[in-house]
Design a protein around this ligand. Structure first.
Ligand code: GLN
Length: 190
Protein backbone atom coordinates (compact mmCIF):
# COMPACT_ATOMS: atom_id res chain seq x y z
CA UNK A 1 0.00 0.00 0.00
CA UNK A 2 1.20 3.48 -0.92
CA UNK A 3 -0.34 6.62 0.52
CA UNK A 4 0.35 9.98 -1.08
CA UNK A 5 0.60 13.03 1.15
CA UNK A 6 -0.11 16.40 -0.44
CA UNK A 7 3.06 18.32 0.45
CA UNK A 8 2.48 21.80 -0.92
CA UNK A 9 2.05 23.58 2.42
CA UNK A 10 1.16 22.86 6.03
CA UNK A 11 1.59 19.90 8.37
CA UNK A 12 2.42 17.14 5.88
CA UNK A 13 5.59 15.81 7.57
CA UNK A 14 3.63 14.89 10.69
CA UNK A 15 1.26 12.77 8.58
CA UNK A 16 4.22 10.98 6.99
CA UNK A 17 5.55 10.22 10.48
CA UNK A 18 2.17 8.80 11.52
CA UNK A 19 2.04 6.61 8.41
CA UNK A 20 5.55 5.33 9.18
CA UNK A 21 4.35 4.45 12.68
CA UNK A 22 1.41 2.42 11.32
CA UNK A 23 3.78 0.71 8.89
CA UNK A 24 2.53 2.18 5.62
CA UNK A 25 4.80 3.67 3.01
CA UNK A 26 4.15 7.23 1.97
CA UNK A 27 5.40 9.63 -0.66
CA UNK A 28 4.94 13.35 -1.19
CA UNK A 29 2.99 15.05 -3.93
CA UNK A 30 4.74 18.31 -4.78
CA UNK A 31 4.28 18.50 -8.55
CA UNK A 32 2.34 16.94 -11.39
CA UNK A 33 4.83 14.18 -12.14
CA UNK A 34 4.50 12.90 -8.56
CA UNK A 35 1.02 11.58 -9.34
CA UNK A 36 2.16 9.49 -12.29
CA UNK A 37 2.89 6.55 -10.03
CA UNK A 38 -0.04 4.64 -8.57
CA UNK A 39 -1.23 5.22 -5.02
CA UNK A 40 -4.02 3.84 -2.87
CA UNK A 41 -4.93 6.82 -0.74
CA UNK A 42 -4.34 10.55 -0.36
CA UNK A 43 -3.87 12.71 2.74
CA UNK A 44 -4.57 16.44 2.54
CA UNK A 45 -2.92 18.09 5.56
CA UNK A 46 -3.82 21.08 7.66
CA UNK A 47 -2.38 24.47 6.81
CA UNK A 48 -4.14 27.17 4.82
CA UNK A 49 -6.88 25.96 2.52
CA UNK A 50 -6.70 29.07 0.32
CA UNK A 51 -2.92 28.67 -0.20
CA UNK A 52 -3.20 24.95 -0.90
CA UNK A 53 -6.11 25.54 -3.28
CA UNK A 54 -4.13 28.17 -5.19
CA UNK A 55 -1.00 26.01 -5.43
CA UNK A 56 -3.01 22.97 -6.54
CA UNK A 57 -4.38 24.98 -9.46
CA UNK A 58 -1.07 26.63 -10.36
CA UNK A 59 0.73 23.29 -10.41
CA UNK A 60 -1.91 21.61 -12.57
CA UNK A 61 -2.68 19.13 -9.77
CA UNK A 62 -6.21 20.28 -9.12
CA UNK A 63 -8.14 18.62 -11.98
CA UNK A 64 -6.36 15.23 -11.93
CA UNK A 65 -6.63 14.89 -8.14
CA UNK A 66 -10.30 15.90 -8.16
CA UNK A 67 -10.95 13.28 -10.85
CA UNK A 68 -9.19 10.60 -8.75
CA UNK A 69 -11.23 11.50 -5.65
CA UNK A 70 -14.45 11.46 -7.66
CA UNK A 71 -13.47 8.04 -9.01
CA UNK A 72 -13.23 6.71 -5.44
CA UNK A 73 -9.61 7.27 -4.34
CA UNK A 74 -9.70 7.15 -0.52
CA UNK A 75 -8.86 10.58 0.86
CA UNK A 76 -8.28 11.87 4.38
CA UNK A 77 -8.42 15.64 4.92
CA UNK A 78 -7.45 17.30 8.19
CA UNK A 79 -8.45 20.86 9.02
CA UNK A 80 -7.56 22.82 5.83
CA UNK A 81 -7.89 19.44 4.06
CA UNK A 82 -11.49 19.28 5.30
CA UNK A 83 -12.11 22.71 3.77
CA UNK A 84 -10.63 21.56 0.45
CA UNK A 85 -13.14 18.69 0.32
CA UNK A 86 -16.27 20.55 1.49
CA UNK A 87 -18.84 21.35 -1.19
CA UNK A 88 -20.07 24.34 0.83
CA UNK A 89 -18.20 26.76 3.10
CA UNK A 90 -20.57 29.02 4.98
CA UNK A 91 -18.19 31.98 5.27
CA UNK A 92 -15.99 31.60 2.17
CA UNK A 93 -16.90 31.63 -1.55
CA UNK A 94 -13.74 29.81 -2.55
CA UNK A 95 -14.47 26.14 -3.04
CA UNK A 96 -11.90 23.54 -4.02
CA UNK A 97 -12.40 19.81 -4.66
CA UNK A 98 -15.95 20.09 -3.28
CA UNK A 99 -16.39 16.31 -3.35
CA UNK A 100 -17.97 15.93 0.11
CA UNK A 101 -21.53 16.97 0.81
CA UNK A 102 -21.17 19.08 3.90
CA UNK A 103 -21.29 22.67 5.03
CA UNK A 104 -18.06 23.75 6.71
CA UNK A 105 -17.41 26.93 8.67
CA UNK A 106 -13.92 28.33 8.27
CA UNK A 107 -11.92 29.59 11.30
CA UNK A 108 -15.03 28.62 13.20
CA UNK A 109 -13.51 29.04 16.65
CA UNK A 110 -12.00 32.48 16.02
CA UNK A 111 -8.78 33.30 14.22
CA UNK A 112 -6.08 33.21 16.87
CA UNK A 113 -7.62 32.12 20.14
CA UNK A 114 -9.31 29.23 18.43
CA UNK A 115 -6.65 26.65 19.30
CA UNK A 116 -7.50 24.10 21.93
CA UNK A 117 -7.13 20.47 22.97
CA UNK A 118 -9.81 18.04 24.02
CA UNK A 119 -10.63 14.35 24.02
CA UNK A 120 -13.86 13.00 22.62
CA UNK A 121 -15.46 9.89 21.18
CA UNK A 122 -15.11 9.11 17.51
CA UNK A 123 -17.47 6.54 16.00
CA UNK A 124 -15.84 3.14 15.35
CA UNK A 125 -12.53 4.42 16.80
CA UNK A 126 -13.06 5.29 20.48
CA UNK A 127 -12.06 8.26 22.60
CA UNK A 128 -9.17 10.09 20.99
CA UNK A 129 -7.09 13.23 21.55
CA UNK A 130 -8.10 16.18 19.38
CA UNK A 131 -5.91 19.22 18.76
CA UNK A 132 -7.70 22.11 17.07
CA UNK A 133 -5.71 24.93 15.42
CA UNK A 134 -7.74 27.75 13.85
CA UNK A 135 -10.01 24.92 12.90
CA UNK A 136 -13.17 24.74 10.89
CA UNK A 137 -16.16 22.74 12.03
CA UNK A 138 -18.88 21.10 10.02
CA UNK A 139 -22.26 22.77 10.41
CA UNK A 140 -24.06 19.90 8.64
CA UNK A 141 -23.46 16.82 6.52
CA UNK A 142 -25.90 15.74 3.83
CA UNK A 143 -26.30 12.97 1.28
CA UNK A 144 -24.29 9.92 2.24
CA UNK A 145 -22.31 11.84 4.84
CA UNK A 146 -21.94 10.24 8.25
CA UNK A 147 -21.06 12.10 11.45
CA UNK A 148 -18.14 10.46 13.29
CA UNK A 149 -17.49 12.92 16.12
CA UNK A 150 -18.93 16.02 17.73
CA UNK A 151 -17.40 18.47 20.19
CA UNK A 152 -19.46 21.16 21.88
CA UNK A 153 -22.43 20.48 19.62
CA UNK A 154 -20.42 20.85 16.38
CA UNK A 155 -19.40 18.09 13.97
CA UNK A 156 -15.61 17.67 13.96
CA UNK A 157 -15.17 14.39 12.06
CA UNK A 158 -17.19 12.91 9.20
CA UNK A 159 -17.07 10.33 6.46
CA UNK A 160 -18.71 9.96 3.06
CA UNK A 161 -17.83 6.66 1.36
CA UNK A 162 -14.05 6.78 0.86
CA UNK A 163 -13.64 10.33 2.11
CA UNK A 164 -12.69 10.99 5.73
CA UNK A 165 -12.30 14.42 7.34
CA UNK A 166 -11.34 15.74 10.76
CA UNK A 167 -11.46 19.38 11.86
CA UNK A 168 -8.68 18.53 14.35
CA UNK A 169 -5.11 17.35 13.78
CA UNK A 170 -4.69 13.66 14.70
CA UNK A 171 -1.12 13.82 13.34
CA UNK A 172 -0.07 16.13 16.19
CA UNK A 173 -0.75 13.63 18.98
CA UNK A 174 0.74 10.26 19.82
CA UNK A 175 -2.45 8.36 19.10
CA UNK A 176 -2.33 6.68 15.66
CA UNK A 177 -5.89 5.35 15.67
CA UNK A 178 -7.34 7.78 13.12
CA UNK A 179 -4.54 7.00 10.67
CA UNK A 180 -5.11 3.31 11.31
CA UNK A 181 -8.82 3.84 10.59
CA UNK A 182 -7.91 5.47 7.26
CA UNK A 183 -5.59 2.58 6.37
CA UNK A 184 -8.47 0.17 7.18
CA UNK A 185 -10.75 2.17 4.89
CA UNK A 186 -8.24 1.71 2.08
CA UNK A 187 -7.77 -1.99 2.80
CA UNK A 188 -11.53 -2.60 2.71
CA UNK A 189 -11.74 -0.83 -0.64
CA UNK A 190 -8.89 -2.73 -2.31
N1 GLN B 1 -7.68 28.19 9.20
C1 GLN B 1 -7.15 27.33 8.18
C2 GLN B 1 -7.89 27.50 6.85
O1 GLN B 1 -8.81 28.22 6.80
C3 GLN B 1 -7.18 25.89 8.62
C4 GLN B 1 -6.30 25.71 9.84
C5 GLN B 1 -5.55 24.42 9.88
O2 GLN B 1 -5.49 23.68 8.90
N2 GLN B 1 -4.93 24.18 11.01
O3 GLN B 1 -7.52 26.91 5.88
Amino acid sequence: MQIAVLALQGAFIEHEQMLARVGVSAFEIRQLRDIEKPFDGLIIPGGESTVQGKLLRELGLFAPLKAKIEAGLPVFGTCAGLLLLADKIENDDRLHFATMQMTAVRNAYGRQLGSFYTEAACKDIGTIPMTFIRAPYIAAVSGKGQVLAEVGGHIVAARQDNQLVTAFHPELNEDVSVHRYFVDMIEKKR
